[in-house]
Design a protein around this ligand. Structure first.
Ligand SMILES: O=C(O)CCC(=O)C(=O)O
Ligand SMILES: [Fe+2]
Length: 181
């Protein structure tokens, strides 16, 4: 795992946070839990380069075509990571009550050792990691403009989460660039 805190200059990243918030087609999805529908505790949007041809089991959503803004970021990441991503899962954490539960991004369509490039915009939130075998935990505060690259065995060995907090927090947008096979 590699963390680049200033992948995008901080002031530019805050402008992008506002732009992404207004430009992306955010959805408030529901999840079936113990026989009841509950709201997913964040807004989501899913984009893919060749929108029709990818299904993603975690989200039974039709992908939207990449916006010009997402295409630009995708091009920057392709050069930086030397990896061709073809889809973006966008999450918007409206405030400190929004979260993503412990999980690994290990869906079969991501391939055996997926590279996932995660860009953060807006408020800083803590990225929690937990080792599946040893229980070892670590935390990375993800600042606006930062890039976190997860690759290799990361998804097999670790779970991650953005947990809700008591401390008041403004909006944060996260984009995870993925390659769906
Ligand atoms: O918001 C984040 O930093 C993580 C999002 C995440 O884990 C995911 O979309 O799979
Ligand atoms: Fe994830």
């Amino acid at each position: 795992m590699q963390y680049y805190p200033n992948f995008i200059p901080y002031s530019e990243s805050l402008v992008l946070a506002r732009q992404l918030f207004t430009e992306l087609s955010w959805r408030e999805d529901q999840l079936l839990m113990f026989g009841k529908y509950v709201n997913v505790p964040r807004l989501q949007a899913w984009y893919a380069k060749d929108a029709q041809s990818y299904s993603y089991s975690k989200l039974a959503l039709a992908a939207l075509p990449l916006t010009p803004g997402l295409t630009k970021l995708n091009n920057q990441l392709r050069t930086f990571c030397q990896h061709g991503f073809n889809s973006v899962l966008a999450n918007c954490y409206r405030d400190h009550n929004d979260s993503v539960a412990w999980h690994s991004d290990d869906e079969p369509e991501l391939g055996p050792e997926p590279m996932i490039a995660s860009l953060s915009f807006g408020a800083e939130r803590v990225f929690h990691l937990k080792h599946k075998a040893t229980g070892e935990k670590c935390k990375i505060p993800l600042q606006s403009g930062s890039l976190l690259v997860m690759a290799g065995q990361t998804q097999h060995q670790w779970q991650h989460a953005i947990l809700k907090t008591k401390r008041q927090t403004a909006m944060r947008i996260n984009l995870t660039f993925r390659k769906i096979y």
